[in-house]
Design a protein around this ligand. Structure first.
Ligand SMILES: [Mn+2]
Length: 376
């Protein structure tokens, strides 16, 4: 049984206020091409189909057209909701479209019946929290996410003599995160990989970087696009797996090439605006994060840089002043012990990367005196 594992499409997502819809349309077309080349028996989408529980009309249209195109292929399609989706809204009409080979997991009800594809059982377990499972199994001790997943899986009654795939959306303990996921503060939402023992493959969604959890049997395929600059150096792909009746698993990836990449650039302003820096690159179209190392702020830098870097998403400086800002907490501790003039001295140095000259110092010290005496 051959399958393609996708997750975290986040259709409708905006990154730094840039709509990703065009990029998503482009990458979904590429995914359809891969499906045509690979001819899998199953296409799995492991949650975070949409970016929001109430998706934009544009996002709904995009998913509708992707699903319609999928339904015209021979593969069966399996979809679960992630923490970003509303399970109720995502599964609207699911029983109606089931016959067209698009299977969307219903809201968790304590009971999960597998689908069979070429002798492999596919279990769809949408994103759940402990409370969602506790509701149905009041006698079980369910305190953590691991407890919840363990109970939900136990209740499936998986026959380990058969081949079994679980599709789910959770944070497996010890996995590698990026800046574009929504993880709970303090990390109480992690699930121990040992709960997945009954399965021959676990198609995971939630984390955005492709990775195996201990073995290739438990895998995050990652997002089809980069959704934060922390992923600038990642390679995005779809995971293609094959599971035979002997429980032999093979897993490989097919790379995805985005319409626009996300890149981080760094240097002096004059360097970055010189044609030799960006000529022959795709930076003009890419989503770029520029770090200027100039000591002085460049007036209107964003507008000027956008002449060469149309999709400049983020601009920051790395210089003496911005580094000093990191030390400003230490400076704040000095407030009690320093004179107003000394404090202003520090502020001036931080803003201008140089100390005041005699004339400036004289002016400020007069000003401070008059303020202090209430004469200003
Ligand atoms: Mn996600």
């Amino acid at each position: 049984m051959k399958f393609i594992h996708l997750s975290d499409l986040h259709i409708g997502k905006r990154v730094n206020e840039f709509s990703m819809c065009e990029d998503q349309k482009y990458i979904l077309r590429q995914i359809l091409q891969i499906i045509d080349d690979e001819e899998p028996d199953a296409v799995i989408i492991a949650g975070d189909v949409y970016d929001k529980s109430i998706p934009s009309t544009e996002a709904v249209e995009l998913l509708d057209s992707f699903l319609y195109r999928l339904s015209k292929r021979r593969s069966e399609v399996f979809i679960i909701s992630g923490n970003h989706d509303s399970p109720e809204r995502l599964s609207f009409g699911s029983r109606l479209i089931d016959g067209s080979g698009i299977h969307i997991a219903p809201v968790y009800s304590g009971e999960i019946k597998p689908f069979a594809v070429k002798g492999v059982n596919i279990y769809l377990l949408p994103f759940i929290k402990p409370a969602h499972v506790r509701r149905f199994f009041e006698d079980e001790k369910i305190e953590s996410y691991t407890d919840a997943m363990r109970v939900a899986i136990e209740k499936m009654g998986v026959d380990k003599a058969q081949c079994n795939i679980l599709v789910t959306h959770q944070f497996v303990t010890g996995s590698d995160t990026t800046d574009s996921e929504d993880l709970s503060v303090g990390g109480t939402d992690n699930v121990d990989a040992s709960v997945f023992e009954p399965f021959d493959y676990v198609a995971l969604g939630h984390l955005h970087r492709p990775q195996n959890c201990g073995s290739e049997k438990i895998r995050y395929c990652g997002t089809p696009l980069k959704y934060s600059f922390s992923e600038a150096n990642d390679r995005k792909s779809v995971t293609v797996g094959e599971l035979d009746g002997e429980k032999q698993l093979t897993v490989r990836t097919v790379d995805l090439t985005p319409q626009r990449d996300m890149v981080k650039l760094r240097g002096m302003y004059n360097e970055l605006i010189s044609k030799s820096f960006y000529d022959g690159t795709s930076y003009g179209e890419d989503y770029v994060h520029i770090t200027l190392t100039d000591e002085d702020d460049i007036p209107d830098a964003v507008t000027k840089l956008r002449l060469a870097y149309k999709n400049l998403m983020k601009l920051e400086y790395d210089n003496t002043r911005t580094r000093a800002r990191g030390q400003s907490e230490a400076v704040a501790a000095d407030v009690e012990t320093k004179t107003p003039l000394e404090l202003f001295d520090d502020l001036f140095a931080m803003q201008n990367n140089e100390t005041m000259n005699e004339q400036e110092r004289g002016y400020i010290s007069q000003l401070i005196e008059s303020v202090w005496e209430g004469e200003a």
